[in-house]
Structure formats: C-alpha cells, structure tokens
Design a protein around this ligand. Structure first.
Ligand code: PMV
Length: 307
C-alpha cells in the first residue's frame, strides 16, 4: 500500500492567521510518497523508526493505531526547512498509507490526526499545512465557518475553519534562501510586537484584508492587483519583524519579471513566492541572486491511495 500527499504554499495571511485573520494556502505539485508493507518489525527506509528524522512518521504510526509492524519507505520531492510543508506532506501520506490498508480514506480524520502529529512533534502548529496536504487545492482559513467549509479544527482556545477556495491555473516560482528558521520564535516575536504596539496590531489586520482582496484578485485573474498585494504583504511582514536581508534580495530579484513577490511561511529565512507568467526567467534571476528556485503549480489532488 502507498499514499501520496502534496506540499503547500501560503499565498497570503501567514502570521496574521495566528491572530484569527484569514489565510490562503494552496497545495503544490511537489509531493511526498509513503509506501508501507507488513514486516516482522517496524522499519523506516530500512533503518530504525526511532531516528529523529522519522519522528513525524513514528507519531503518525501511533495515531493510526496500526495493528501489525510495517516496513515504511518515504520519498519526498518537498524540500525540508523551506516553509513548503514537507513534514505535513510526509505525515499525511504516512497516515494515508496506513489507513489505506483498512479501506477508503476519510479526509477529515486524516487532517485532524496529522494536525495532532505536528502539534505533538513541534509543540505548536497551525492546521494549515496538514489540512492542505490532506485536501489538496486551495484552502481559505477563517475564524468562523462559512460556505464551502471543509472541516473545523480546534485546540486549546484556538479554532480554525478550513474552507475550499478555488483558484485559476497559475504558476509560481519559489525562491529558497537556504536559511532555515524555526517558526516558533518568529510567531512569538510577532505576538510580542502586537501586544506592545497598536501599529503592529493594525498591520496584522491589514494582512487580513489583503488576504481576502488577494483571493478575489486571483479569482478574477487580476494578476497585477494580486501581485501588488503580495508586495504590500511582504512589506508588512517585514515590518512585523519576520523578514531577512536574503528574503529581500530574492524578492527584489524576482520582481522585474513578476507581478509580485513575498516571503511565504514563517519567514526569518525560508522561501519567497513570486507570481509570474515568465517562470523560467524569474527562476533564473532568483538563482543569480543566490537562491534555489523551482517552478510550482497548484495541485488539486490531496492525499491519495496508490495500491
Ligand atoms: O513556515 P510554515 O509553513 O510553518 O508557516 C507558518 C505559518 C505561521 O502563520 C507563521 C504560523 C502558524 O502557525 O500559522
């Protein structure tokens, strides 16, 4: 049995989503695949499942309550530490393969279990990555349920209502700085600023408005407006303290051949995303500026069984 799940890209709303503002995320056509086969003991890629790099896989195995031991193989196209949801894709694909043995996949169950796995392994998490890896396509996170609700996830005092969003076919270029930055301290930094400074709180609310305006612009294929909003979002995120000189460098390199570009994910390093209809040219300028670049497209397919 095998299953695959996609990586993700946050288009608008990172950090502001922590304060209950909306966020827009899309699955991308970089996928993780996980194969499982009964074996006399648990193995991950031939070695021990207790190795730290298999902590998401191991937690997923515990969640799925597998009855017999398995030999697990993990293959992932999603670069890790780039803010592209690699751990979520591997977690969701592992749950998909293990549940797939017993029958059909139940997306809301997998989304919830995968969120719990990330939460337990990382100490904190939003369900954005895991729900996108499960559902595929584009997702809009809102505080309140509305039309097109997929599922709601709650933990402690927080609630996320995950909705299906529809985007036209688009191309994005990712520029990875190669600098990895932990999400937790960056989220804490923004929280501290927002609590101390009303201007920072206003910036968070503006990001929320940008997310909804950005979704509307993308849906009517107004890429000029969507790009302008991405540029503004990048400036606001930088003001909130989650920028990095290398992110600014890659954004500046991407912009001449793009509609817009911004950091994506937690920031402090990680990646940028550029909206462009000249992807090869944008990728080339990002590489010339010292980043790793790849062209991605939204992927409408979420977790899938591959017998
Ligand atoms: O780098 P990522 O994909 O884990 O981005 C995290 C997104 C944040 O909004 C910064 C944090 C969160 O929990 O939503």
């Amino acid at each position: 049995m095998a299953a695959s799940a996609p990586g993700k890209l946050i288009l608008f709303g990172e950090h502001a989503v922590v304060f209950g503002e909306p966020a827009l995320c899309t699955a991308i056509n970089l996928r993780a695949e996980v194969f499982v086969r009964p074996y006399k003991e648990w193995r991950a890629d031939g070695g021990s499942i207790d190795e730290p790099r298999y902590r998401y896989v191991k937690r997923a195995v515990e969640k799925a309550k597998a009855r017999e031991p398995m030999w697990i193989e993990v293959r992932s196209m999603v670069p890790s530490g780039a803010g592209l949801g690699s751990s979520a894709a591997v977690t969701v694909a592992t749950l998909g393969a293990l549940h797939g043995i017993a029958g059909a996949l139940d997306a809301p169950t997998i989304a919830r279990e995968a969120f719990e796995v990330e939460h337990e392994v990382q100490g904190r998490a939003s369900p954005l990555d895991t729900s996108t890896a499960t559902a595929g396509g584009a997702l809009l996170v809102l505080r309140e349920p509305r039309e097109d609700l997929l599922w709601t996830i709650e933990r402690d005092t927080r609630r996320w209502c995950l909705h299906r969003a529809r985007l036209p076919d688009l191309e994005f270029v990712i520029g990875n700085t190669g600098i990895s930055a932990a999400t937790g301290p960056l989220v804490a930094k923004v929280k501290d600023r927002v609590e101390r400074d009303p201007h920072a709180a206003e910036k968070v609310r503006e990001i929320g408005r940008i997310t909804l305006d950005g979704l509307a612009a993308l849906r009517r294929r107004d890429l000029v407006e969507a790009g302008r909003l991405m540029d503004r979002d990048h400036a606001l995120l930088t003001d909130l303290g989650v920028g990095h000189p290398m992110l600014d460098r890659l954004v500046a390199a991407a912009r001449p051949s793009s509609y817009g570009a911004k950091l994506t994910g937690a920031g402090g390093g990680g990646s940028i995303v550029a909206l462009t209809d000249r992807p090869e040219e944008t990728a080339e300028t990002i590489r010339a500026a010292g980043g790793k670049a790849f062209v991605v497209r939204p992927d409408s397919v979420g977790v899938t069984k591959q017998p």
